[in-house]
Ligand binder design. Structure first.
Ligand SMILES: Cc1cc2nc3c(=O)[nH]c(=O)nc-3n(C[C@H](O)[C@H](O)[C@H](O)COP(=O)(O)OP(=O)(O)OC[C@H]3O[C@@H](n4cnc5c(N)ncnc54)[C@H](O)[C@@H]3O)c2cc1C
Length: 258
């Protein structure tokens, strides 16, 4: 279940402001400034989710786990804005990637999935929220369901890209194998939990106490920081299991999409 990288640590020393255990400072200027983002590529992940890659030349960078505000503007002046987690790692200079579920009847996700094409422009501002950020400086347990895996994948990609040696573990849940976002990026050691359909021989069910116990089986120096992301229901369920398994409540960070 663990996502580990055999590459030795590249010796990444996080800047001092990243070493704070609680909320990480965000730039007020970046958070308040709308920037133009040009769609450059669309990649299908599952029948209901796709990744949208944007060129954002003045993007100041982000930490894995952070999100942004995205704004669409119609010709008649109508504006819609939504939060989206950043899927790409921080080192992807001048580019960001978002992965969107196609929500039934959804205004913004519907536009992306049915209308958007490379060359289209939208506006973004961010990064936002220092609370769900993982600077790569502490052991992290990542627990996500559905599109809740998006900010967690930014963390996994950062871990791999930098060759970090700090322990990182990932538990993902999806309705079925065809709904598993980023399926090709999980190592053999990641055992996804399927809630509705599963390959033969694989049990169907929710994330359970046994899954969480396996995640917490050993305690690295300094303990684990848990990051939970998904719908309201999933976030409640997973965080309760973590607390029951002994994870301190003040070391569980939750991001809810629902
Ligand atoms: C911090 C944060 C990060 C987020 N990151 C992501 C991300 O990485 N990927 C992603 O796909 N979404 C993400 N979301 C959800 C996203 O902001 C939108 O809510 C979602 O895309 C739906 O917007 P829409 O305009 O398509 O639907 P709307 O037009 O707003 O809603 C249409 C219908 O769908 C329902 N609905 C709205 N949102 C959801 C939802 N998330 N799940 C199920 N039903 C819903 C509404 O109640 C309504 O009935 C994130 C939300 C937050 C708060």
């Amino acid at each position: 279940m663990s996502v580990t990288d055999s590459t030795p640590s590249a010796g990444f020393t996080p800047p001092t402001r990243f070493a704070v255990p609680g909320r990480i400072a965000v730039s007020n200027r970046a958070a308040a400034t709308w920037q133009r983002a040009t769609l450059t590529e669309v990649r299908r992940e599952t029948p209901h989710a796709a990744t949208f890659r944007f060129a954002v030349p003045d993007w100041e960078g982000h930490l894995p786990g952070q999100h942004l505000m995205l704004r669409l503007r119609a010709g008649d002046g109508y504006v819609a804005q939504r939060h989206y987690s950043i899927a790409s790692p921080p080192d992807d200079t001048g580019h960001i990637e978002l992965t969107l579920d196609h929500v039934d009847g959804g205004e913004v996700s519907g536009w992306f999935h049915t209308v958007a094409k490379p060359g289209d422009e939208v506006e973004v501002r961010g990064p936002l929220s220092g609370f769900f950020a993982w600077p790569g400086d502490r052991p992290a347990l990542l627990v996500g369901a559905g599109s809740g895996v998006v900010p967690l994948m930014s963390m996994v990609r950062h871990h791999r890209a930098r060759g970090l040696s700090v322990p990182l573990r990932l538990l993902v849940s999806a309705r079925g194998p065809e709904e598993l976002i980023y399926a090709s990026e999980y190592g053999a050691e990641t055992a996804p939990v399927f809630t509705r359909t599963a390959p033969e021989g694989v049990p169907v069910g929710r994330v359970s106490a046994a899954h969480v116990a396996a995640l917490l089986a050993d305690r690295p120096e300094g303990g684990w920081e848990a990051y939970v992301c998904g719908s309201n229901g999933f976030a409640e369920h997973a965080s309760r299991l973590l607390v029951d398994a002994g994870q301190p409540v003040d070391r569980i960070r939750i991001e809810r999409f629902g």
